[in-house]
Design a protein around this ligand. Structure first.
Ligand code: IFM
Length: 455
């Protein structure tokens, strides 16, 4: 049976600034929290940093040519805030804007739609020094930066995503501390989550004012496909808690203009939420045009206790996490495409009228170039094929799914794992910066050419 996607389906690949650009000190760019964090001993495996990364800053032409060869219709990338507006305040830096203008032009010339994300975790360090996301002022600064970027680039970039995975920014950054800025403070993490929602809403307003009416505004969330270990009330309550602090903490303010009442109750011992001011939830629910969903693996939970510090405020003494059964990727994440289907169908039911994009999906494996210089990655092909099949099933069941972006185009800096985890469909030899399309890249190009899976 063939699983073909509708005409106009967007076939993409995704990356993020800090993970691929390098050029950390060039053209006026100042440190972001990830520069600081990765240079702090013990924070990133092997002491890796994004100083050079995949050197994309100097290899845009080559990289766009690779995308063209793949037949991508869309390319999702992020802007480095500290390249565009180095201190997070004041005017934009021309060279920073020029870089993204050049990238957008190169893409358009190749017939590829640029899909820009304004924030993929790299807060200018100066803003963290002033308090970071737990401070309301950071949301205001973000809206100003969004306006500057949109004014300068809105004539060429017509799909804008405000934030990528605010859950990670708030809870890995300020809760468990495994991501920059590495703070472990539950109250700060919850404040950060609210201010990220606020930043999203304020930025959506700033973008709307600056870009053509036809532009598409979006937000990308890493939503959790949550499964309770059993039907017991305790296990079901564990799933509810994780759904509140993992999913509804963003979905409710953004799409329904409310805070989940059970979240407020679960976290009452941590905060009274008085940082949410009158009118904030109207701002967070500023209308947008689509929702981006990042999905890798399901989250299996039951009643119990989990490690501290934890990225789940209000849950660690009530919830334990279990690996899902079955095969795993090199991240240790289970391969379970049904979770993607479950998530998409849930969103169909809960957010009628909101078009969806899968803005990240993919897998890390221990890839290497063989003596012939080829990279065979059959597990990645199987992973993506299974998830595309799940996406197609969701489409057939009425999900308004508009596109799929594979994470990632290139092997890159995988945050606290450094360069040890390879997600790319194009292999990067970080010593020489040589790019080698893996088997999965050729396979994906064929999927795009056919418009889906031929099975
Ligand atoms: O590499 C990350 C990306 O930056 C955000 N989503 C998950 C990916 C894999 O961990």
């Amino acid at each position: 049976m063939n699983a073909l996607f509708p005409d106009g389906f967007r076939w993409g690949a995704a990356t993020a600034a800090y993970q691929i650009e390098g050029a950390a000190t060039e053209d006026g760019r100042t440190p972001s929290i990830w520069d600081t964090f990765s240079r702090t001993p013990g924070k990133v495996r092997n002491g890796d940093t994004g100083d050079i990364a995949a050197d994309h800053y100097h290899r845009v032409r080559e990289d766009v040519a690779l995308m063209k060869d793949l037949g991508l219709t869309d390319y999702r990338f992020s802007l480095s805030w500290s390249r565009v507006q180095p201190t997070g305040r004041g005017p934009a830096v021309q060279k920073g804007l020029d870089f993204y203008r050049g990238l957008a032009d190169e893409l358009l010339e190749a017939g590829i739609r640029p899909v820009a994300t304004l924030y993929h975790w790299d807060l200018p360090q100066e803003l963290e020094d002033a308090g970071g996301w737990p401070e309301r002022a950071t949301a205001e600064r973000f809206a100003e930066y969004a306006g500057l970027a949109a004014e300068a680039l809105g004539d060429r970039i017509t799909t804008w995503t405000t934030l990528n995975e605010p859950w990670c920014a708030a809870f890995l950054g300020y809760g468990s501390g495994v991501h920059a800025p590495g703070r472990t403070d539950d109250a700060a993490a919850l404040r950060a989550a609210h201010h990220l929602n606020l930043a999203h809403g304020l930025a959506a307003q700033a973008l709307r004012a600056a870009v053509p009416a036809s532009a598409e505004l979006s937000l990308t969330l890493n939503l959790h496909a949550i499964r309770a270990l059993s039907d017991s009330p305790e296990d079901r309550d564990a799933a509810r808690r994780i759904d509140a602090v993992g999913n509804r903490i963003f979905l409710d303010p953004v799409f329904h203009g409310r805070l989940p009442a059970d979240l407020v109750e679960d976290t009452a011992g941590i905060t009274d939420w008085s940082f949410v001011r009158d009118g904030d939830l109207e701002v967070t629910s500023t209308p947008i045009d689509s929702l981006g969903v990042n999905y890798y693996a399901p989250t299996v939970v039951g009643a119990g206790v989990s490690d501290s510090p934890s990225p789940w405020p209000g849950a660690p003494d009530r919830v334990r996490f279990e690996p899902a059964p079955g095969p795993r990727t090199a991240m240790g994440w289970s391969v379970d495409a049904d979770g993607l289907y479950e998530l998409l169908v849930r969103l169909r039911d809960e957010l009628p009228g909101v078009p969806l994009l899968i803005t990240e999906n993919g897998a890390a494996y221990d890839d290497y170039a063989d003596p012939e210089g080829e990279v065979h990655d059959p597990e990645r092909v199987a992973y993506v094929e299974a998830h595309l099949a799940a996406a197609h099933r969701a489409l057939s069941d009425g999900v308004d799914l508009r596109g799929y972006f594979l994470w990632s185009l290139l092997d890159n800096f995988e945050w606290a794992y450094g360069y040890g985890k390879r997600f790319g469909i194009v292999h990067v030899d970080f010593a020489s910066q040589r790019r080698t399309p893996k088997d999965s890249a050729r396979w994906y190009a064929e999927v795009i050419r056919r418009g889906g899976l031929a099975r």
